[in-house]
Ligand binder design. Sequence first.
Ligand SMILES: Cc1cc2nc3c(=O)[nH]c(=O)nc-3n(C[C@H](O)[C@H](O)[C@H](O)COP(=O)(O)O)c2cc1C
Length: 452
Amino acid sequence: MAARTGRRPLHLNAFLMGVGHHEAAWRLPGVDPAAALDVHHYVALARTAERGLMDSVFFADSPALVGDVGRRPAGTLDPTLLLAAMALATERIGLVATASTSYDEPWNLARRFASLDHLSGGRAGWNVVTTATLDAARNFGLDALPAHRDRYERAEEVVEVATALWDSWDDDAVLADQAAGVWGDATKVHPPEHVGRHFRVAGPLNLPRSPQGRPVLVQAGSSQDGRAFAARHAEAVFTAQQTLAEAQDFCADVKDRARRLGRDPEHVVVLPGIVPVLGSTEAEARALERELDELIRPEHARDQLARTLRLAPEDLALDRPLPADLPAEDEIEGAKSRYTLIVSLARRERLTVRELIGRLGGGRGHHTVVGTPEQVAGTMLAWADAGAADGFNVMPPVLPAGLEVFVEEVVPLLQARGRFRTAYAGTTLRDHLGLPRPAVDRARGRQERVTA
Ligand SMILES: Cc1cc2nc3c(=O)[nH]c(=O)nc-3n(C[C@H](O)[C@H](O)[C@H](O)COP(=O)(O)O)c2cc1C
């Protein structure tokens, strides 16, 4: 679909999380708290996103129990298994799952995402995270969180090995010649024989090359190390940005870094998070926001905030601002950019802890727009036209209702302005994102090892 305005069409990912991104969504009348563990809930969400012609659906994940069970639905199904079920119930919607490079082996990761790409006909994406929590580290025999820099260094090698495994079969290695009795051409299967600092992986992968060649690589870290990693590897970048100016800086920086590495910046699709709190009037939307925020239990949310800021809960008085002497970002080994975002939001807007909890309760620091479909569509186009985004990571505060309203009310407005597809042009996630299908590249691994 050619955008009539000459401005590029937006890309839209549906970030699915239980019964909604607002931490109190499960308490809203009419919401089924049990849906968070029900595969049918997610299949219906995937169908809604596909009906809205969105690029993909996405699941975050961490190999640990996130948050406390007293506060919100805490269990999370394995996202790749969930996406496999959703793949059978859909035809075009992209399927992006998170998996950690810190607590899994590259061979297993390569196989899992290549399998998802095969069984979905080329719709798989992998959100590559290093997992920034002590809770997860303790599930893998560690007493301390590995250092930020070391997590990213390991992630580099994991992606290098996974890519070499995805490229270990030539695209035409499978002959399936029944008459000749030859299924595959062994000369077109090449074990990477990787020997690196963290891994020794002979390969090849036990799967022919998948429909997309390689699943789409997504990344979500915004620190200096995160941006460098994104510039080298990411084809789509998720980010949390509170203001237009910060989002513009981030988008320009990541694309510039990629350009300097010889990559096409158009092939690094930047998708800031947006939490659309929708109403048919702004007043109605504000009423929904108020109703949700009043359901937050501040004492619970304060404990979570204290963990993120590396403080004791009692250091955070609800009706006072954050303590003045907080650690600098350099001292944070967890999620650096999120830490900085939260602290600068509180400082910039002079928020009390209670007000900050309200702001974070809805979207954990992502940009929130409370208003009519026109206001949400207007903000999205304003950010995109200001060079702050190629599209958005849409985070409905309440599910399924928030996604249904977005698809029925906001998508048509974007289409009417020629800024969103009116039909899928292709079948793969790469087609939707405007990304090329990568050719087999065996020099790549070796090249990176040489320059490392
Ligand atoms: C939209 C989005 C989704 C994310 N999903 C996950 C996730 O599923 N699992 C996870 O461990 N971290 C997730 N993160 C956190 C990032 O992986 C990363 O830890 C964080 O952005 C801090 O990165 P930095 O230390 O490089 O700044 C997500 C971040 C964003 C913006």
